[in-house]
Write a protein that binds this ligand. Structure first.
Ligand code: GLN
Length: 315
């Protein structure tokens, strides 16, 4: 495929995404997020061989939200090992909303997976004795190759002032003996991680490092172990889009994680990272432009995990 053909496909994908935006709404349960401009749309693709494609609003800063769950999980897996982490949190798709506590209360004694709030709160709690928020922020900056990443204090304060549901989940976890460290400190670390700022570019970098087996391709430095990266990517595929994960895996087939700030990070194994930003969300809390946009890229560039014959190679 030549450069012009690739550019055309990216522009078509943007168009598909843009068409979906009117059907979505920006998150409002964290009041500060409702100030986002619904019409923002950015797409950024970074390939392992050094090509960079950026279209639209790729420099606009927004909060990482649930995409931080992959970073906290990665650090927990590396500090405790798989057995200890997965003793506290399962790896099964939930089929419920990201902030649900139904399964946890009624049928399961541990969170179904680390991508929903109950699972991520559990993982955050485990991290309390091991790392500080500043250390986590520093590591997130490296994983996103984003030195300008900061805590968005307005979003953080806004979420902290409206945190009843996560607080309910966290105390339920404590009552079941799953959260063993301080609940309020757990909520604080979790909310701070969600309030870190990124751009579509930083998310493309994160996706690229995951595609590249945990190694920063610009410096050759290994940031995560191979086993950690395999596990993160698998969980992104099975649970990264909450209760749309199955459908997303069928039609897009690229491991992806969403956040209610409007970000998506996707990782095409051994090949590229993709960052998308568009704050209008669907009813599951995923960026509504993401599915049609990524589905188009996946089909045209053959990026589906079971249909990999990438057309991105420039002839
Ligand atoms: N901070 C948000 C929350 O806990 C993250 C949710 C999300 O991005 N899906 O509700």
């Amino acid at each position: 495929m030549d450069k012009k053909e690739i550019q055309t496909i990216l522009e078509e994908a943007m168009e598909k995404g843009r068409e979906a935006i009117p059907y979505g709404e920006v998150a409002s349960y964290i009041p500060e997020l409702s100030k986002a401009d619904k019409n923002h749309l950015g797409l950024c693709i970074y390939t392992k061989d050094g090509r960079r494609y950026s279209i639209g609003d790729t420099n606009v800063r927004f909060t990482i939200q649930s995409i931080s769950k992959i970073i906290t999980l990665a650090v927990a897996l590396e500090s405790y090992g798989f057995d200890e982490v997965f003793e506290k949190v399962d790896v099964e798709p939930s089929g419920e909303a990201f902030n649900s506590l139904i399964d946890l209360d009624l049928s399961s004694n541990k969170p179904l997976n680390p991508m929903i709030n109950s699972g991520a709160l559990t993982v955050s709690s485990m991290l309390l004795p091991k790392v500080t928020f500043s250390e986590m922020k520093l590591f997130a900056k490296k994983l996103c190759m984003d030195p300008d990443m900061e805590l968005d204090k307005d979003v953080y304060n806004s979420e902290k002032a409206n945190i009843s549901r996560n607080r309910a989940i966290a105390y339920l976890l404590e009552s079941k003996g799953i959260i063993e460290n301080d609940v309020e400190d757990t909520l604080d670390l979790y909310t701070k991680m969600c309030s870190l700022t990124v751009t579509a570019e930083s998310l493309a970098n994160l996706g690229l490092i995951l595609a590249n087996d945990g190694i920063d391709p610009t410096t050759g430095t290994r940031l995560l172990k191979t086993e950690t990266v395999h596990t993160i990517k698998t969980i992104m595929l099975t649970c990264g889009m909450y209760d749309s994960s199955g459908e997303f895996a069928v039609y897009v087939g690229i491991p992806t994680k969403s956040g209610v700030g409007g970000g998506l990070v996707s990782t095409v194994d051994k090949e590229m990272g993709i960052g998308v930003f568009s704050p209008a969300l669907d009813e599951k809390g995923n960026c509504i432009a993401g599915r049609p946009l990524l589905e188009h890229l996946s089909k045209k560039l053959r990026l589906h995990i079971f249909d990999r014959s990438s057309k991105m190679d420039i002839e």
